[in-house]
Design a protein around this ligand. Structure first.
Ligand SMILES: Nc1ncnc2c1ncn2[C@@H]1O[C@H](COP(=O)(O)OP(=O)(O)OP(=O)(O)O)[C@@H](O)[C@H]1O
Ligand SMILES: [Mg+2]
Length: 372
């Protein structure tokens, strides 16, 4: 898979930008603040429907403008006659997000079907240290890259949850109205959990091996954390039918609490992931370097899973990650990506390092754009 053209309008510091990435390794170099991370952020947004640096889309709109748009052309194979045209836009006043594939509206998350991206950036530490919402979003994004249909379930689940919470806020006499919402929540929710569990187990398997290869000490493990699985033991053998039954029971048991708090207190929207080194929770016991290596291993695992499941290589984005790695790890990580068809890396200080370490043609693009 290859991104062959990117056009930005009013995205961050770019009023207009046309970028034609090369095949192989593209290094984007430029001084601090020239927009290197913004450029990768726009590609990531197109492929996932959200930013890896910001929770709020309005922050991505260029100061003084009222919308941004990102257009990309993607070619998946040589036999594909015309590239896919992807377009993401956000209108600030209406708070409207629009995503189109070949001119037709679709869910923003569906970008993952055409442009699966994996990013490595200083923000990766948040995968371990950040709030649960970031980990859920990461896992759902990987699931969507493997099964694009997941985006539809997530969207549907959010809609049902909104309705259920609205009903809970109304208070008394809602019991009979609740049931249909519960059934829909259970149906979509159990599919979501089942897919998450299956992708997480592959991610952990791959991540553990890569963590070892990268010289990490200790054994990396992880788990899904959910009130739907009260003892945690059910996780091992949970399939979709089992998730459905457990979710139904948990929802029933939590009903009076939900009514008191006027909100749905459990379900995939409240779940989390935990990572452990030798059984110790990575958030509290691992050094920053170890946490970074865990995140890096999981991301490399993500690229492998996409390549295996979709027979489609993801576009790899490296945002200044090399400045944070020591010499040995830098070349090990580069080796991991040599085989990928397209890698776009940013650096403020280009020293030719990439080309030497990775026997690939390296193309260099200089960004000298400052805010207009
Ligand atoms: N919404 C926005 N509108 C206009 N400019 C913005 C907006 N958001 C961020 N910027 C500007 O974009 C500039 C470039 O940011 P970016 O993070 O891409 O730089 P960079 O090239 O990655 O720098 P570094 O080498 O320090 O990582 C910053 O100077 C920032 O002030
Ligand atoms: Mg940057």
């Amino acid at each position: 898979m290859m991104l062959i053209r990117l056009q930005l309008t009013n995205f961050r510091n770019f009023q207009q930008l046309e970028f034609l990435p090369f095949e192989g390794f593209t290094v984007v170099s430029g001084p601090n603040g020239s927009g290197k991370s913004n450029l990768l952020e726009s590609i990531y947004y197109l492929g996932t429907g959200y930013s890896y640096r910001q929770m709020h889309d309005e922050n991505l709109v260029r100061w003084g403008a009222d919308f941004f748009s990102i257009r990309g052309e993607v070619r998946q194979g040589i036999r594909q006659p015309l590239p896919y045209r992807l377009e993401s836009a956000y209108q600030k006043a209406a708070r409207r997000k629009i995503f189109k594939i070949n001119g037709k509206r679709d869910l923003p998350g569906k970008g993952a079907a055409y442009l699966p991206v994996v990013i490595f950036s200083p923000q990766d530490l948040l995968l371990i240290q950040g709030p649960p919402g970031l980990r859920r979003r990461f896992l759902d994004m990987v699931v969507t890259q493997v099964w694009p249909q997941h985006a539809v379930d997530i969207n549907y689940y959010k809609g049902v949850l909104l309705q259920r919470n609205k009903l809970l806020r109304q208070g008394s006499g809602i019991a009979s109205q609740m049931e249909p919402w519960d059934e829909q929540l259970i149906a979509a929710g159990s599919r979501i959990i089942d897919r998450r569990l299956s992708v997480l187990s592959r991610l952990l398997g791959s991540g553990r091996r890569i963590y070892e290869i990268l010289g990490g000490s200790g054994v990396l493990t992880g788990t899904y954390v959910s009130q739907v699985f009260p003892s945690g033991e059910e996780l091992e053998r949970a399939d979709e039918a089992c998730c459905r039954e457990l979710f139904r029971n948990a929802l029933k048991n939590a009903r009076s609490l939900d009514e008191r708090l006027k909100v749905t207190t459990l379900g995939p929207h409240r779940d989390d992931l935990r990572f452990f080194l030798n059984g110790h929770d990575a958030r509290f016991y691992c050094s920053q370097g170890e946490q970074r290596l865990i995140a890096l291993s999981l991301k490399i695992g993500q690229s492998r899973i996409i390549a295996e499941e979709r027979q489609l290589e993801p576009l790899v984005l490296l945002d200044d990650v090399f400045s944070e790695l020591d010499e040995k790890r830098r070349s090990q990580v580069l080796n991991e990506f040599c085989a990928f068809r397209q890698v776009i890396a940013t650096t403020a200080d280009y020293s030719g390092d990439y080309a030497d370490k990775c026997q690939l043609t390296t193309s260099i693009v200089s960004l000298h754009v400052r805010s207009l």
